[in-house]
Design a protein around this ligand. Structure first.
Ligand SMILES: [Zn+2]
Length: 519
C-alpha cells in the first residue's frame, strides 16, 4: 500500500493512505489491518441483524436470552475464539406472549400497550371497567376506598395534560402559553404526588391493589418524545401490570374521571418457567507473553424487552463481538490476554459483572484496562479517566496512534471522577482496577431509545458502530502492547457540596445471584 507522508504544522508527520483515506499517526501494520477489517470488511451489520431482529431482546432469564447466549458463543467458536457461558446464578424464568388492550366502551379503540417484564398474564380475555385513584386525606381513607378496585383496571400514574414533548412546545407555542402549560402541569403533578404520598403505600401500591381484587394495574408515560413508552418490570404477582402510551393512558383517565364509562378488553399472555440458570458469556484470546494480565472489552448482554434492546446494549454487544473478530484477524497472538465480557442482568443492578468480579479476582488483579460501552449507537466522543491519576498518559499515547478519522471525535476528561454505577465498568472500578466508560455521541438515546418500545434495529448508525468496533480493537491492541501497566493511583476526591464531607472512592457491592436476592 502506497503511503504519502504529509507534514503538518510543526513537523508532526502523518501517513495518509490514498485508497481508504484513513490517517495514521504512525506506520503500524496491525492498526492498518484493523482498519481494513473493521471499516472495509465489517460484519457488524449482519451480526446486529441476527442478534436484534431474529433473536430479539435479551431480558434476564428468558428463553430468548438463553438462545442469544448460545448464538454468540457459537459465533466466537466459528471464528476460532475460545468462548464459554459461565453460570453465576439463577433467575425467575419468564416468557412474554401477546399484549392486547382494547377500549370497548364508550367506543372502540385498540390501545398502545405493553405488559411489563415478569408480569403475570390473564386467563383468556378479561372485560372490565376502569378506575382512577381518588384524592384521599390519609392512608385510612385510602384503605376505606380500596374495595372499589375489585374487578377493575386501576390507573396509577399521573395523567399528563399534554403528550407533545416539551421540545415541540418550545418550538411552536408562544412563550406565554408554554410557561402557563408548565406551571399548570407542575401544580397538578405536585398535588398528585402529595395525594400518592397520603396513601402511605409507595412501592407497595400495586400489591395492595391486586390483593384488593383489581383486574390489573395500568401505567402511563411522560412525553419525553413522540410515541415512546418505557417498559420496565411489574410490581404485581397475580394480575397483569401494563404500560400504556401517554396518549392512551390520558384518554382512559379522562373517560374515567368524567364518568364516561370506559371498559377494556384485555388479553395478555405470559408464562413462568421456574428457576433458570443465568450466564455471562466470556470470550478470550490468551496472552502470549503476559497471560495473567488482562484487557477486558465490556458490554452488558441483557436488555429490557419493550423492543429489541438495540441501543441498550445491542450496539455495545456488537461492538465488542466485532472487535474480537478484528483482533483475531489482525492481532491473533496478543501480548496480554484479551477478554470480551458479555455481562448478564446489568439492568437489575450490574449483577453479572459484579459476580464476575467476585469469582475472578485474578482478572481484577491483573487488569491492564477495561473498556465499556453502554449508551447507544453513537461514535465514541468522550472518555473520563475516572479519577485514576496516570491513566490519562496511557490514553493519550494510545489515541495518538489511532487514525485521525476515529480519534478526532474523542475528548479525554482528566482526572475525572470515579463512577459508582450506571454500567458494568463500575463493578471493576470500585476495586481500583482501571476501568473506563467509553461515552458515545448520544443520538437521542435518553428520550427515544433507552428502555423503550422504539429501541429497534433501524436506530443503528452503522458508520458509528463500525468506528466503535475498530476503536475497541485498536485500544485492546495498544493497551496489550503497552510496555507499562496502567497505574491505579487514585486522585484526592473533592468535598461534596451536598454533605460538606470529603468524597470517598465507590465501594464494591455483591450482585444479586437470584431473583430472591434481588427483592
Ligand atoms: Zn445499558
Amino acid at each position: 500500500m502506497r503511503k504519502i507522508l504529509v507534514v503538518l504544522g510543526l513537523g508532526a508527520a502523518v501517513y495518509v493512505s490514498p485508497v481508504e483515506a484513513q490517517t495514521f499517526a504512525v506506520e503500524d501494520p496491525v492498526l492498518q489491518q484493523m482498519w481494513q477489517q473493521g471499516m472495509e470488511n465489517s460484519q457488524a451489520y449482519q451480526l446486529a441483524q441476527v442478534l436484534l431482529d431474529s433473536l430479539g431482546p435479551r431480558l434476564t432469564g428468558t428463553p430468548e436470552q438463553r438462545a442469544a447466549h448460545d448464538w454468540i458463543t457459537a459465533v466466537y467458536q466459528r471464528w476460532g475464539i475460545e468462548a464459554r457461558n459461565e453460570q453465576y446464578g439463577t433467575w425467575k424464568g419468564w416468557q412474554r406472549g401477546a399484549t392486547h388492550v382494547d377500549l370497548i366502551a364508550p367506543r372502540f379503540r385498540t390501545l398502545e400497550a405493553i405488559m411489563h417484564a415478569w408480569s403475570p398474564g390473564t386467563d383468556g380475555e378479561v372485560r372490565a371497567g376502569v378506575v382512577v385513584l381518588p384524592e384521599v386525606t390519609d392512608s385510612a381513607a385510602f384503605a376505606e376506598w380500596l374495595p372499589n378496585v375489585k374487578g377493575k383496571f386501576v390507573l396509577v400514574s399521573f395523567p399528563e395534560p399534554t403528550c407533545r414533548p416539551d421540545s415541540d412546545w418550545e418550538e411552536n407555542a408562544t412563550a406565554e402559553s408554554f410557561e402557563r402549560m408548565k406551571a399548570q402541569r407542575d401544580t397538578a403533578r405536585e398535588a398528585w404526588e402529595e395525594g400518592m404520598e397520603r396513601t402511605g403505600l409507595g412501592r407497595e401500591l400495586a400489591r395492595q391493589l391486586e390483593d384488593a381484587g383489581a383486574a390489573g394495574v395500568l401505567y402511563g408515560e411522560r412525553p419525553l418524545g413522540w410515541g415512546v413508552m418505557r417498559v420496565f418490570s411489574a410490581r404485581t404477582e397475580k394480575v397483569p401490570s401494563i404500560q400504556l402510551s401517554c396518549e392512551d393512558y390520558g384518554l382512559l383517565h379522562r373517560l374515567a374521571a368524567n364518568n364516561q364509562g370506559p371498559m377494556l378488553a384485555v388479553e395478555v399472555a405470559a408464562e413462568f418457567l421456574g428457576e433458570v440458570p443465568l450466564f455471562n458469556t466470556i470470550a478470550e484470546i490468551r496472552g502470549k507473553e503476559l497471560p495473567g494480565e488482562y484487557i477486558v472489552l465490556s458490554a452488558h448482554f441483557d436488555s429490557w424487552d419493550g423492543a429489541s434492546g438495540a441501543t441498550d446494549d445491542g450496539t455495545g454487544t456488537v461492538t465488542i463481538l466485532e472487535a474480537m473478530r478484528i483482533i483475531q484477524q489482525a492481532y491473533p497472538n496478543p501480548r496480554r490476554t484479551i477478554i470480551a465480557g458479555h455481562w448478564n442482568s446489568e439492568e437489575q443492578g450490574l449483577n453479572g459483572s459484579r459476580a464476575f468480579v467476585t469469582d475472578h479476582p485474578e482478572v481484577v488483579e491483573g487488569l491492564q484496562a477495561l473498556f465499556n460501552q453502554d449508551n447507544g449507537t453513537g461514535r465514541i466522543s468522550r472518555i473520563s479517566m475516572q479519577g485514576l491519576i496516570g491513566a490519562g498518559e496511557h490514553f493519550a499515547r494510545w489515541l495518538a496512534r489511532v487514525p485521525q478519522e476515529i480519534g478526532q471525535h474523542i475528548d479525554l476528561t482528566f482526572p475525572g471522577m470515579p463512577g459508582g454505577g450506571g454500567s458494568d465498568y463500575a463493578s471493576f472500578l470500585c476495586a481500583g482496577a482501571p476501568s473506563f466508560f467509553l461515552f458515545a455521541h448520544n443520538w437521542s438515546y435518553f428520550p427515544y431509545t433507552w428502555h423503550t418500545n422504539r429501541d429497534t434495529f433501524d436506530k443503528l448508525v452503522m458508520d458509528d458502530l463500525k468506528n466503535n468496533a475498530t476503536l475497541f480493537a485498536m485500544l485492546a491492541y495498544l493497551a496489550s502492547e503497552d510496555p507499562d501497566r496502567v497505574p491505579r493511583l487514585q486522585r484526592v476526591l473533592p468535598v461534596s457540596e451536598r454533605t460538606g464531607e470529603q468524597r470517598t472512592w465507590p465501594e464494591c457491592r455483591d450482585g444479586a445471584r437470584s431473583w430472591e436476592e434481588e427483592r
